[in-house]
Ligand binder design. Structure first.
Ligand SMILES: Cc1ncc(COP(=O)(O)O)c(C=O)c1O
Length: 444
């Protein structure tokens, strides 16, 4: 058991005995971690960081300058403002503004970094609510407030709605196709129906891309619909907004500039260690409305000299998130990060093509990003078997892959985030799936 092996109780009581004890503890700790840099790791959507990615964490851990207020961490706050401007530029929202200008103004775009996509979605939805129901902070929500989106939206959306006091029933699902992609042609009818029931649509949420499949909702059509009806359009780009950093897959996000708010996890596809997410707003006015609490000791309105994000986040104190985001780029240069994103998407396409000639494998869709779901049914086609296959493979410590349910069926799932993974490693995975399936099916 890890807790006993690490002698947690003894060390809590007496501390590390000496340097050797600290070293021994660290080595034992590392033995019980997942090695994301191994080319056979295609598991969860967390970045495979660069070798020197930990340096900003070490600097922050040593000097402890939270970056939520410029006066608490001028360098960290500055790097946050700079990287937000870089991201706004990628979305197409910067409009000639200088990367070194951190002053946000009504009528122009803005953003901030948060600890993760779930907090980022909550932040964006709080801003959408403030616009739809400006009195909600004081008097609670109007009962008729609803949100439209693909039923496959990440669970953090439903959680945010419940946390905002709207209840998860306030989410109105828009039909999806067999691959769980939103069918935008239903938006008008659903909207008319909601209006006839006296419902007020607070916002429309799109996946860019969906967590399970890596497929993108039709951003441009949803954006057009929202513009036509003057609705808040929120793009959950936690995973897929990173395509904007590359060159070959930006078309998947065509129309993203029509969004009112976007979230973008840097700790997924930007090689940044967890956590680091951007929340971006087309208009600073919307960001400014998200939270309405006062704190005379920290919020100074006109006296702000640099990037102050504290008034606009759930978090009060926050880590130097901009520093680690900047670092990931500075280690290799932005072109390298762009190529990394493009190459991971490309490798997934090659893996998909390879699977087309492999007997016993089912691939329900052509991948758009670096996530692919597939099943191996040669020996057993039940959902339970796919799950058992996955557990056996990861317990054998040969490969690390995940699994998910799509359209009512269980699939094996790979997320190709590791720059050292090649098609040969994936061919080895296929061979392992075949041999594991064979031995399991004998006892199943
Ligand atoms: C589409 C989407 N949105 C939001 C999240 C939540 O992000 P986080 O894990 O950073 O809280 C995820 C996580 O996988 C996701 O895939």
């Amino acid at each position: 058991m890890i807790a006993q092996e690490l002698q947690l109780k003894e060390r809590l009581e007496n501390g590390f005995k000496d340097e050797n004890d600290l070293l021994y503890f660290t080595q034992t700790y590392l033995q019980h971690t997942n090695h994301l840099t191994h080319p056979h790791y295609y598991g969860h959507q967390v970045a495979v960081p660069q070798e020197l990615s930990g340096i900003p964490e070490l600097i922050h851990g040593t000097i402890n300058n939270p970056s939520s207020l410029y006066e608490m961490g001028p360098a960290g706050g500055t790097l946050e403002g700079f990287m937000i401007n870089w991201m706004l530029d990628k979305v197409g929202w910067l409009q000639g503004k200088d990367y070194y200008n951190f002053k946000f103004e009504s009528g122009s775009s803005s953003g901030l970094l948060t600890h993760g996509g779930s907090v980022a979605n909550l932040t964006a939805l709080a801003a959408a609510r403030a616009k739809a129901a400006p009195d909600a902070w004081q008097y609670g929500n109007p009962k008729n407030l609803v949100v439209m989106g693909a039923a496959t939206a990440h669970y953090s959306i439903a959680r945010a709605l419940s946390l905002l006091g709207m209840g998860s029933e306030a989410f109105v699902p828009v039909p999806v196709d067999a691959n769980e992609v939103m069918q935008a042609e239903y938006l008008e009818n659903i909207y008319d129906d909601l209006k006839s029931k006296n419902k007020q649509v607070m916002c429309v949420v799109a996946n860019a891309c969906a967590t399970s499949t890596g497929l993108f909702d039709p951003i441009e059509s949803i954006g057009d619909f929202c513009q036509k009806h003057q609705l808040w359009f929120h793009v959950d780009g936690a995973h897929g907004a990173a395509a904007l950093a590359g060159e070959k897959y930006t078309h998947l996000l065509k129309g993203i500039d029509k969004a009112s708010s976007i979230i973008w996890d840097a700790h997924k596809m930007m090689r940044v260690p967890a956590l680091c997410t951007a929340v971006l707003f087309r208009d600073f006015k919307d960001q400014a409305g998200a939270f309405q609490q006062k704190g005379s000791y920290v919020f100074h309105d006109d006296e702000v000299v640099g990037m102050d994000s504290m008034p606009y986040t759930v978090e009060c104190t926050k880590s130097a998130l901009g520093t680690k985001l900047f670092w990931a780029f500075a280690l290799e240069g932005q072109k390298a990060i762009g190529h990394y994103v493009d190459n991971s998407f490309q490798l997934t396409q090659e893996f998909y093509e390879f699977l087309q000639n492999e007997n016993g494998f089912e691939t329900p869709y052509t991948p758009q990003s670096n996530i692919l779901c597939f099943r191996y049914t040669a020996d057993n086609s039940t959902d339970a078997f796919q799950k058992q296959l996955r557990y056996q493979i990861i317990n054998d410590k040969k490969h690390y892959l995940t699994s998910c349910i799509m359209n009512g069926k269980r699939y094996l799932r790979v997320v190709l985030m590791n720059p050292s993974t090649t098609l040969d490693h994936l061919k080895a995975l296929i061979a392992t799936i075949r041999s594991t399936s064979k031995s399991l099916s004998q006892g199943f």
